[in-house]
Design a protein around this ligand. Structure first.
Ligand code: ADP
Ligand code: MG
Length: 258
């Protein structure tokens, strides 16, 4: 990797706007969102339901068209890629994890993990090492319906890592899990960042998930209204308070300016 590559942020979002049209109604799901994520950084985008978190994550993954602005992943402007190029780029450079795991039900855990590199002959295959690291070695021959929710999500995370992507994007990864399994996922994401220099963006409404990140960006009504580093907080409640304070300050600013 050249020095220039090293300096390229894995994710650069600039002035992103996304609207949904429903009949005559226009929903501004994202408004002028800008965000830079550096290599090895773990960022949590927090927001209430409907604030635009999933839309932002889908846009970052090139899964949705955008109305204005730009998104660069690993130095590539997603708008410059054809559909076929985008599909391939996503498979090779972006790891995606969803709340509902989205595993293939007929494939074993091992084959689910290997899926993104299946047709890449000669590509390094670290499936077994990933399964080992994620504590899934003895579950590798099981199909998803024989795995717990936490195990399924760890398979999904392994699948997101197998192609060695520039960035891993997760949408409410603990949303379907109990608190113990959720905490395991958070610990795992933190460790992947620290041990393997992975670059991670998670969108979540849960302070306990955000606490695992390096910093928080706050989304409200499709806008980034503030953010803070997580280093000052030792528990989710402290982070939740800071999040509420930031939302209140933004509401006050909006009132003053109106
Ligand atoms: P979150 O993930 O934070 O709950 P979303 O990104 O799903 O929020 O939604 C943001 C806004 O965009 C909401 O008002 C939602 O209703 C709207 N929205 C999301 N997807 C669509 C869609 N496919 N069509 C119309 N409106 C949508
Ligand atoms: Mg969502």
């Amino acid at each position: 990797m050249s020095e220039a590559d090293r300096d390229t942020p894995p994710l650069l979002v600039e002035h992103l706007t996304k609207r949904f049209r429903q009949g005559s109604r226009v929903i501004e799901a994202l408004r002028d969102v800008s965000m830079t994520v550096r290599r090895g950084e773990f960022v949590a985008t927090m927001g209430a339901s409907g604030s635009g978190k999933s839309t932002l994550l889908h846009a970052m993954a090139g899964l949705t068209d955008i109305d204005a602005g730009s998104i660069q992943v690993d130095g590539r402007d997603l708008a410059g890629l054809s559909d076929a190029e985008l599909t391939r780029f996503r498979r090779e450079r972006i790891g995606l994890v969803f709340q509902a795991y989205n595993l293939m039900p007929l494939l074993t855990a091992e084959d689910n993990v290997r899926l993104p590199i299946m047709d890449r002959r000669g590509a390094p295959d670290n499936t077994l090492a990933l399964l080992e690291r994620l504590g899934l070695s003895d579950r590798r021959a099981h199909k998803p319906d024989a795995l717990s929710g936490g195990e399924q999500q760890r398979v999904a995370i392994a699948r997101a890592l197998v192609a060695d992507p520039a960035i891993i994007l997760l949408d409410e990864p603990t949303g379907n899990l109990d608190s113990v399994a959720g905490a395991e996922i958070c610990t795992l994401l933190r460790a992947l960042c620290d041990e393997q220099d992975r670059t991670i963006v998670v969108v979540t409404h849960e302070p306990s998930v955000a606490l695992a990140a390096d910093r928080v960006e706050i989304l409200r009504d499709g806008r980034i209204i503030g953010g803070f580093p997580t280093a000052d907080f030792t528990d989710p409640q402290g982070l939740a308070n800071a999040y509420q304070d930031a939302l209140r300050q933004a509401a006050d600013r909006a009132e003053v300016s109106s």
